[in-house]
Design a protein around this ligand. Structure first.
Ligand code: PLP
Length: 383
């Protein structure tokens, strides 16, 4: 029995979307970003499905607990923590669960090395982030070769990966900047590979840079790509090239919990911010900001009932939201009744609402809309 307010994730849509990333990067390995619980879709279910189909070579997480969750769920693919571990306890856990750490400077290299030593290991794989313009994490390109030599000389470590990140690969206006970052990473990688060859070391196995936007708009020859949002069916930006068809995987549904006539002049909800202009049917939907349906949707946006779009009226509450179903017509029933399906994100009849539409109203991006959907909204999976 479905819980009333629930999310359905179409795992085959995610598989289709990752296949598109593979098609666009035919020679590259694919790391699928499943951080933030798979952008709200459920990291374990998404990772298991992609692993089963052999569509993901790697998974990318933001935190060590996210990586541990995947390991405890039986995921055996390599997992990259996309940012450095800050404490020894966290590093010890990452090493115990074979989560590949990111290093960015001499201190983070020394910390991983010491943790590998404590665990009695050697040759533990790390990836080094190089900052080519994002200015978030990573060593400067000028320092990269020296740090790579430090790692190369340390028997506790193996420099398996070298990567950078793009801040504006989603917009054609940033094409020149992104191209410059690619050239910088290529230069750094060439120098490091030459140094390693001269030192008798194996080449760095994986150089990687591309997020979804770059997979879609900036093909590279690097050995791995790191799509996130496109796996879930969204283009990073309205301006990002769309060389392939993506399928949004997530739908979010509820049911009408109450429906009543509200007289002209009466107000609806906290703060009395909406006044019925005429006698109106107003429906209540049991979803609110406690579910991750942002309060920014108060008096804006819409939901679907019976294939028809109805405006949200009044403030979104923590657990409930109201819809204006239109004027009361004498002798006619309400256009909808308790138990009718409500679509918050997804399709109903010929109408659909996607995360990009909600994001535009909220002044944000689809990423945040799906990440916001709270744990209490039960996820169901279909294939
Ligand atoms: C989140 C993330 C990605 C994926 O980005 P999308 O825009 O969702 O494709 C790739 N690389 C890094 C380092 C990230 O943090």
């Amino acid at each position: 029995m479905l819980y009333v307010t629930h999310v359905n994730v179409d795992l085959d849509a995610i598989a289709h979307n990752v296949e598109q990333a593979r098609k666009l990067s035919p020679r590259a390995k694919v790391l699928v970003a499943v951080k933030a619980d798979g952008y709200g879709h459920g990291a374990v279910a998404v990772s298991r499905h992609l692993a089963k189909l052999g569509l993901a070579d790697w998974f990318g997480v933001a935190t060590t607990p996210e990586g541990i969750e995947l390991r405890e769920a039986g995921i055996t693919q390599p997992i990259l923590k996309l940012s450095p571990c800050l404490t020894d306890d966290e590093l010890d856990a990452a090493i115990a669960f074979e989560i590949t750490p990111t290093v960015i400077d001499a201190a983070s290299i020394a910390a991983v090395s010491a943790a590998v030593g404590r665990a009695g290991g050697k040759g533990f794989a790390v990836h080094m982030a190089v900052d080519t313009g994002m200015r978030r994490i990573g060593c400067s390109p000028a320092d990269a070769a020296g740090l790579a030599r430090t790692i190369g000389a340390d028997p506790a470590l193996k420099l398996q990966g070298l990567f950078t990140h793009f801040p504006i690969s989603d917009q054609p206006a940033g094409d020149e900047f992104t191209a410059g970052q690619i050239v910088t990473l290529e230069g750094v990688a060439t120098q490091i590979q030459q140094d390693r060859a001269a030192a008798g070391l194996e080449p760095v196995e994986l150089v990687h840079a591309s997020n979804s936007a770059a997979v879609l708009g900036h093909p590279t020859d690097f050995g791995m790509v790191r799509p996130g949002i496109m796996a879930y069916g969204y283009y990073p930006d309205a301006q990002t090239p769309r060389p392939v068809e993506l399928r949004p995987a997530l739908s979010w549904k509820s049911q009408i919990s109450y429906c009543k006539p509200v007289s002209a002049g009466e107000t609806v909800g906290y703060g009395r911010t909406w006044t019925a202009p005429v006698d109106s049917w107003v429906a209540t939907v049991p979803v609110g900001y406690g579910d991750g349906f942002s309060r920014l949707n108060s008096n804006r946006g819409r939901m679907l009932v019976g294939g028809v779009s109805y405006p949200i009226v009044g403030r979104v509450c923590m657990d409930q939201t109201m819809l204006d179903l239109g004027p009361v017509v004498a002798g006619q029933p309400a256009p909808a009744e308790v138990g009718d399906e409500v679509v918050i994100i997804g399709q109903q009849g010929s109408e659909s609402i996607d995360a990009d539409e909600l994001a535009a109203l909220m002044g944000t991006i689809s990423y945040e809309v799906t990440c916001l959907i709270n744990k209490r909204v039960v996820r169901y999976y279909s294939e």
